[in-house]
Design a protein. Structure first.
Length: 195
């Protein structure tokens, strides 16, 4: 498996590409994340990207405050996503950035684990976004394989923490992407019409 900083960078770029591909009329379409429409989902990831430099610099949640809680996309969601992604990738790439620890809502975490969580979020929400907006939703095979490996030891903890929903049942012949999505509580056959 590639180093987590490289996987994070690739996942961020892939997500941003999906954001640039959102048709203008689909920003309020539903997504596989039932509580979020397309705009909300992108807003969530952009806020996450904006948090990244602060947390990797060692700031606490109180120091960052609520500045990224809602509505970070502004009038130009694509530019907001591109800029936030650039800053997040740069923060992760800083020498020593993933060698320490970060403050999180779950207490102190190794920075490498935090970056792994960001990697997972960008891959899975990238699929959500692609599926919701009619784009190619095939996950990059290398990112897919890496996430399958990374998530295997974390699935139960994610579910216990309420971060993901119940697993979706899939057939024995399901491909790797379908099985991964199911582990994250997603039905790979979801469409806006089946919500």
């Amino acid at each position: 498996m590639r180093p987590i900083d490289e996987l994070h960078a690739r996942a961020c770029v892939a997500f941003t590409e999906k954001v640039t591909g959102v048709p203008a009329e689909r920003w309020h379409d539903p997504t596989p994340c039932g509580e979020w429409d397309v705009h909300d989902l992108v807003d969530h990831l952009v806020a996450e990207d904006r948090w990244t430099p602060h947390l990797l610099r060692g700031e606490t949640l109180d120091q960052v405050g609520d500045r990224y809680d809602h509505g970070v996309l502004g009038d130009d969601p694509v530019t907001s996503a591109e800029q936030a992604g650039v800053h997040a990738r740069a923060a992760v790439a800083e020498p020593g950035a993933i060698g320490g620890s970060v403050h999180s809502s779950m207490g102190r975490l190794p920075a490498e684990e935090y970056v792994g969580q960001l990697f997972a979020d960008h891959v899975i929400h990238g699929w959500d976004l692609a599926r919701a907006t009619g784009q190619d939703d095939a996950i990059d095979p290398e990112l897919l394989d890496a996430l399958v490996t990374w998530f295997a030891d974390r699935e139960d903890g994610y579910r216990e923490a309420g971060v993901i929903g119940p697993p979706v049942e899939v057939g024995a012949d399901a491909d790797e992407q379908t099985r991964l999505l199911a582990a994250f509580g997603r039905d790979a056959s979801w469409t806006p019409d089946t919500r």
